[in-house]
Each structure stands twice: as structure tokens, then as C-alpha cells.
Design a binder for this molecule. Structure first.
Ligand code: ADP
Length: 315
């Protein structure tokens, strides 16, 4: 488990991370989201002891990273811009890391196989593509068979096959009971991978909930209704607390007589029952699936607006 309490980091007069509180639990993939500059990397760096907090604390398995007796056996991390001596081969790089951390040498070949680099283990790291470099970074993170895995933007530079591979790797590690924390700016990638989300904006916590809950909260959620009785149904829906959105269904249909309505504030069951009770026919009743991208944009737009108001008040 990772526990972050009142964690802050100030650079000059600006807080890159501002009183963050969250825990990351084992057995699931936790997505760490936020726009560029939100403070994700700074937070991850503090968790693995590469940056000192201005205040607050970050612990892994109950201890600060620096106090772990054998850090690589507890936490494996892939952070951006990992320095690798480019004249070495992938195998030499991992062997050096294993030796300096007193890890068994056999782990090197095991992790090379797990990340699909067995055939390229003798090539110099300097000649690696960005994607191969990412695989090597992940291999290094897995070397100590850690119970906690932290990956900062792991799919950067990977092709679709590589992205699929990372997704399966993360899911597999969570299923093995490990704690998996992964940051990404690729919302579509997270939607298919993460069970839980921690969202930050300008260094502050914006959401800490399950993926399902995050999507359900979005005001983008609507139900598409097609009916020949719109004239009768619309007032009934409004009286029941629903709003009728003129917005499109996202299907590119032109407005017209039989155009679908997008109803918000009522779920499909409620709408169907209302129509049934009044003998009104429905030709379609379909909940819209909101994308993580939409829900995320909505949340961060709110944060920006809120900030603007706060700053306006302060000025
Ligand atoms: P993210 O990973 O979410 O893109 P970062 O943690 O990299 O965000 O950065 C958060 C904020 O802190 C940014 O405004 C960034 O410019 C600032 N920052 C990060 N590292 C430093 C540093 N070493 N010195 C000064 N400012 C920094």
C-alpha cells in the first residue's frame, strides 16, 4: 500500500503539490490522472524518495522509501527520463542493477523475457527505440519482484501492440495482488485499464474513486429516447425532474420530427416506467456511455473555473 498524507512540494512561491491525501491499495490498477503540470511526476518522485516533500509524508508499506531495507524488492518504479548508460547492453544494465541491489542474477533473464527483450538483450541500449527503452525501464522496475509497481506514463513511445502488452502486464500484476499505480495523460488507455482513479489538478486532489463512480458522476450521462409521443412525454419527464438536452446524441443525426431526445437527470428505468404508465410508446431507450475523456474534461474545466473565481475574489 502507498499512503500519501498532507503531501506538499513548493518550488519558489508555487506549490507543485498541495496537501495531497490518498492511499493506493493492492489488487487493483490505480490510474493517476491530471493535466500536464498537475504535479503527478513530482508526487511520484516524492513517493520513491527522489524529491523531498516541503511538508507531509509519503510511505510505502508503512515506511518512507528511504527507510526500506531493500527498496527494489518492495517498490519497482518507471519514472520519466530514466538515465541508462547507452554503451551497455540491456542485459549488462540489468545485471549491474541486480548486483548493486543484491538481487539474484537469474531475475535478469526472467524480466527480459517478461518484457519481450530476450532477443535484444545483447544490443546496446543507445541503439534502442523509445518503445524498447520503455520495456527496459519496466524490466528494471520488475527486477526485485516488488509488491508495489509505479509507472509514470508507461505507454509513451509504444506501438498499439506494446500498449496492449503494458495494459495486460498491469492487469496481471494487480491480479497477482500487487499495488499498481500508473500515471497517464491517455484517457482512453486508462478507461480500459484502471479500476480506481486518483485525479489531481494544480497539485490538488480532484477525485479519488472507482472508475465506475467517476464516469457515473459525469453530467454527460444521458439517456437517448426516441418516441412518436414526444409532445406528451417531454412535460412528464420535466415534471419528474429530468432535463431535455438539445445536444446531439453523438450519432450525427439531423434534428427532425422523429429525432431522438437526450434526457438527463433520470435513468432509463425511470423514463421507461413513466412512458409505460401513460401508455406512450418508446422506439428507443438507450443510456449513453460517457467516455473518461469527457468526464475528465468536465472535472478539470470545473477546477479551472473554480480557481478563476477564487483568484478573482482574492484580487
Ligand atoms: P505532471 O507530471 O503532472 O505533468 P509535474 O509534477 O512535472 O507535473 O510538475 C508540476 C509543477 O511543478 C509544474 O508547474 C512544473 O513546472 C513544476 N516543477 C516540477 N519540477 C520542478 C523543478 N524541479 N523546479 C521548479 N518547478 C518544477
Amino acid at each position: 500500500m502507498i499512503a500519501v498524507k498532507g503531501l506538499s512540494k513548493r518550488y519558489g512561491d508555487k506549490f507543485a503539490v498541495d496537501k495531497l491525501d490518498f492511499t493506493v491499495k493492492p489488487g487493483r490498477v490505480t490510474g493517476f490522472l491530471g493535466p500536464n503540470g498537475a504535479g503527478k511526476s513530482t508526487t511520484l518522485r516524492m513517493i520513491v524518495g527522489l524529491d523531498r516533500p516541503t511538508s507531509g509524508s509519503a510511505t510505502v508499506c508503512g515506511r518512507p522509501y528511504r527507510d526500506l531495507p531493500s527498496p527494489l524488492r518492495t517498490v519497482g518504479a518507471l519514472l520519466e527520463a530514466r538515465a541508462v548508460h547507452s554503451g551497455r547492453t540491456a542485459r549488462e544494465h540489468l545485471r549491474g542493477l541486480a548486483a548493486s541491489n543484491r538481487l539474484p542474477r537469474r531475475r535478469v533473464d526472467e524480466v527480459l523475457a517478461r518484457v519481450g527483450l530476450t532477443d535484444t538483450a545483447r544490443r546496446r541500449v543507445g541503439a534502442f527505440s523509445l518503445g524498447m527503452g520503455q520495456r527496459l525501464g519496466i524490466a528494471a522496475a520488475l527486477l526485485g519482484d516488488p509488491e508495489i509497481v509505479i509507472l509514470d506514463e508507461p505507454v509513451n513511445g509504444l506501438d498499439p501492440e506494446g500498449i496492449q502488452w503494458v495494459r495486460e502486464l498491469m492487469r496481471g500484476m494487480a491480479e497477482e495482488g500487487r499495488t499498481v499505480l500508473v500515471s497517464s495523460h491517455l484517457m482512453s488507455e486508462m478507461q480500459d485499464t484502471a479500476d480506481h482513479l486518483i485525479v489531481i489538478g494544480r497539485g490538488r486532489l480532484a477525485a479519488d474513486c472507482s472508475m465506475t463512480e467517476f464516469l457515473a458522476r459525469s453530467a454527460h450521462n444521458g439517456v437517448v429516447v426516441r418516441t412518436p409521443h414526444a409532445v406528451e412525454l417531454v412535460p412528464l419527464l420535466r415534471r419528474a425532474g429530468g432535463t431535455i438536452d438539445d445536444g446531439s446524441t453523438g450519432r450525427g443525426e439531423p434534428p427532425g420530427e422523429n429525432a431522438p431526445l437526450v434526457v438527463k437527470g433520470l435513468d432509463a428505468r425511470r423514463i421507461g416506467e413513466l412512458a409505460g404508465r401513460h401508455g406512450l410508446w418508446l422506439h428507443e431507450l438507450a443510456p449513453q456511455r460517457v467516455s473518461l475523456q469527457e468526464a475528465f474534461m468536465e472535472l478539470t474545466a470545473d477546477a479551472v473555473e473554480y480557481r478563476a473565481k477564487e483568484e478573482g475574489r482574492a484580487a
